[in-house]
Design a protein around this ligand. Sequence first.
Ligand code: ADP
Ligand code: ZN
Length: 608
Amino acid sequence: MDTPTEVLHRVFGYDSFRAGQQEIIEHVVAGGDALVLMPTGGGKSLCYQIPALVRPGVGVVVSPLIALMQDQVDALRALGVRAGFLNSTQGLDEQQTVAATLLAGELDLLYLAPERLRVESTMRLLEKAKISVFAIDEAHCVAQWGHDFRPDYLALSQLHERFPQIPRIALTATATPATHAEISTRLGLDQARHFVAGFDRPNIHYRITAKSEPKRQLLDFLRTEHDGDAGIVYCLSRASVEKIAEFLVEHGIAAVPYHAGLDAATRAAHQARFLREDGLIVVATIAFGMGIDKPDVRFVAHLDLPKSLEGYYQETGRAGRDGLPATAWMAYGLQDVVQHRRLSLEGDEAHRRRQAHHLDAMLALCETVGCRRVMLLDYFGQKDAEPCGNCDTCQTPPASWDGTVPAQKVLSTVLRLARERRQKFGVGQVVDILLGKTTAKVLQHGHETLTVFGVGAELGNAEWHGVVRQLLSQGLLAVESDYGALVLTDDSAAVLRGQREVLLRRDLAPARSRSGSGSGASKGKTAVELPAAAAPVFERLRAWRAGVAKEQGVPAYVIFHDATLREIATLGPASLGELARVNGVGENKLAKYGPGVLETLAAETSAS
Ligand code: ADP
Ligand code: ZN
């Protein structure tokens, strides 16, 4: 029997375990149950794949991600692992073949859709097989209050009753203590050891920029920093998804839309293209992304504010799973705050309170003058992080300024407008009054006679919007449900009476994104930049990989990750023995692809 470390080297071709993996794997190999909390991209799959390979029998993986099972199985087969799946996409014949292979003991890993376990015949099939471990992926789907709840997951409690001797490992990236507790109860994992991995994703650069012209800002960000890279752009609505995807295509950038309003076939096709092609961008609502384990997603961009830090962290976590530098970029502005404050007024009291709490945490991240990463990690319970040097606020610390007087001007304008019973006014009117603009709407309501009219000449239009945005973020202003009309809050009075200071963040001029990325970002970048001589070799290897992937009908990363190709291009191995030392080249891939790689390298040398 191989040890976990031997399997890591031989099958996966990796040098060493990532944080947490070894402990978890050894615990499960020894027959223990485990509940694993690890960030997206942290390396959860190995935590059940290696035990399945080390222990005798087949590892059964329950996963809701039916559309991805084929790719997961292909990736394992490329490593020489005997893998199969059972789900509703298969015909009866195919299912019978898989069942026969299973019973013959010829499978190392079997992926199962959760609804299968509700079927008695599947349970009986499993009882006849020799099972090494049960893995429950995306385990937060069992949590009923969560947004990913799947009723089929409730059936998973049976596993423990019918297979008490077989270790179970449940995995999730959803971090809150409430989810954690619910998973444990519902799956009967009270005896399980809990493993909580560090939540940091150090290779992700975080940046949140003031939104002025979102489309141009996005285009600029893509062109200056992620030309030709694969990535995801998140938007709130289906309409903006369509609009942004079209806009990118018009500007010569390969992009496809993805949202729940598209028919299933289109969605599947766009997802498949994203997984298979190099450098495609998906513009999507949050309907896209769960379980997408494409390792070379180089950026995740948000054009609208996510609803919660949980959502933000899950979505941005899809970038840079391969450990190479990646960017989490967001453009955020006043309208985002207004819109979300309004949304958080919907529903019952408890729901509203929860929404407001989530939004406050999200806004605090946007407005912070401190390290973004420290704040994120703190939120997820890791209290001792140091400023990271790889986020925008670390690299270009924003100044804060005493905004008490401007805040008072805004609040007293809102106070005066609130006295008008017949109509409510939004941000635009407040700012026009402060700037002393005699617009039609100002004249119509006689607002030029207010004492606050024209008292705001010290700031410009954009700056006043920034002040209002931050007052909303800090809860010193609120919006009313219907029109986004501004109203005072309980805390406003103290500011108006001069009993409370207001500290504001000075927005960096909405500059081109290039200037936003300081020296640290370029430092991060050097890790991806190849030595000049290796760049053409890397391109050759990519072209070779694209050919092989196409021939075999699998995504390119199933052959080798970018990180592996970069290492090969840089080291230039001259023999299979040297190639075997590259991270990501295991036994099976060496045999299967090694000669092709060496030939590609040799062709390059003779050509140059
Ligand atoms: P997640 O936790 O999101 O499920 P995955 O299991 O998909 O993460 O792993 C993310 C990426 O990291 C994958 O591409 C995987 O091959 C790679 N990876 C995992 N463990 C290691 C390791 N010990 N050494 C190198 N790469 C690893
Ligand atoms: Zn930082």
